[in-house]
Design a protein around this ligand. Structure first.
Ligand SMILES: Nc1ncnc2c1ncn2[C@@H]1O[C@H](COP(=O)(O)OP(=O)(O)OP(=O)(O)O)[C@@H](O)[C@H]1O
Ligand SMILES: [Mg+2]
Length: 149
């Protein structure tokens, strides 16, 4: 699709390794293939969870963050590989912080015009409608958010 008719240019896809975010990534790649847009994947190593885990396991918080970063790099690599098969450019970053804050900052920094995320995350389906990261991003984002069920 020519860049003049393109509806979305840069799509941000927050990944947490959940089935829901993998599904969201699948939708994003199909959209990107059709629209010719760029995909930016992000995983946030959650600093609050890292602190809790480190306290619980009695190990240095840096070690926990490192493991989280490695997992995050894996989630991004999976999407990058699937993108390559479709001829879609996928870039990615693993950052440390509070997930919704980092996602929103990244969307602004990269000038993303769409965010695609899972309805739920690693905690999975339960009584509440959507996960807290998705809820906060919807609430605070200045660009459209596509939530994949
Ligand atoms: N650490 C993270 N880094 C990047 N994206 C994330 C992260 N956590 C969640 N997401 C994104 O948000 C979506 C919804 O996950 P969310 O964390 O909101 O729900 P949950 O894990 O089911 O519940 P909780 O609110 O308890 O975390 C995921 O599918 C993913 O797209
Ligand atoms: Mg979560």
């Amino acid at each position: 699709m020519s860049s003049v008719n393109r509806f979305f240019t840069r799509v941000l896809i927050p990944l947490d390794g959940s089935a829901s975010s993998v599904k969201a990534a699948g939708y994003t790649l199909r959209l990107a293939e059709h629209e010719g847009c760029e995909v930016i994947a992000v995983h946030v190593a959650d600093e609050q969870i890292a602190e809790e885990l480190a306290r619980y396991a009695d190990c240095p918080v840096e070690a926990v963050v490192e493991r989280m970063k490695q997992s995050g790099a894996g989630y991004i690599d999976d999407v990058r590989q699937k993108g390559q098969e479709k001829g879609v450019k996928v870039t990615g970053e693993v950052l440390v912080g509070i997930p919704h804050q980092v996602v929103l900052a990244m969307a602004a920094e990269k000038k993303a015009d769409l965010i695609v995320m899972g309805k739920v995350g690693r905690k999975g389906p339960r009584r509440v409608l959507i996960g807290s990261v998705t809820e906060r991003v919807i609430e605070q984002s200045s660009v459209p958010v596509l939530v994949v069920k």
